[in-house]
Design a protein around this ligand. Structure first.
Ligand SMILES: [Zn+2]
Length: 184
């Protein structure tokens, strides 16, 4: 987006009280802007789960569909999604679903790049929405809920050696490893 385009966007958001702009201090979300952003995030993640669980789509293809739908569904539909899905806590990628009008739980998850070596861990979340990366994750068997252990990191080769149930020992690049979030 061009500088003029960004200025126009910020002005539009400011006129709707979604962002506040102060010269030299930049732009920040107002309280109502923050609530709106969280509501959109909530719809996005409920829709992703609906597309996977109810419509049987693959988790690697739902991000873009949800991106389009999140802006057009009503509050009532969002509420029905939540009820139908049983008030889920996370979407298919393990991303937390914000509670209605509530705060996002703050978590500080470790990744396969930052976790301890030699511990048995569970994949909690995949921090990349691209279909290509998600298909790779599938191939390796690293979906949320999968068990995994970091055997060794090699900073010279920039690889992380992991042990997964499906394939045994697998070597991942460090950037890929940083996008697989885990919990004990
Ligand atoms: Zn997601």
């Amino acid at each position: 987006m061009s500088a003029a385009g960004i200025t126009a966007l910020v002005k539009d958001l400011a006129s709707r009280d979604l962002v506040a702009y102060r010269p030299y201090r930049g732009v920040r979300l107002t309280e109502s802007g923050r609530e709106r952003a969280l509501e959109i995030l909530r719809r996005h993640r409920l829709l992703e789960l609906f597309l996977v669980e109810v419509l049987g789509m693959d988790w690697s293809e739902v991000h873009q569909e949800a991106e389009a739908l999140e802006h057009v569904i009503s509050e009532r539909v969002a509420h029905r999604l939540d009820v139908t899905l049983g008030h889920p806590q996370v979407d298919p990628h393990g991303d937390p679903i914000p509670p209605p009008n509530g705060d996002m739980p703050r978590d500080n998850p470790k990744s396969l790049l930052s976790c301890d070596e030699g511990c048995d861990l569970t994949v909690a979340r995949i921090d990349d929405q691209s279909g290509e990366f998600l298909r790779l994750v599938d191939e390796i068997g690293l979906r949320p809920g999968s068990r995994v252990r970091v055997e060794e990191r090699n900073s010279a080769a920039e690889t992380v050696q992991i042990q997964v149930a499906t394939l045994g020992e697998v070597s991942l690049g460090m950037q890929a490893a940083s996008k697989i979030l885990v919990e004990a």
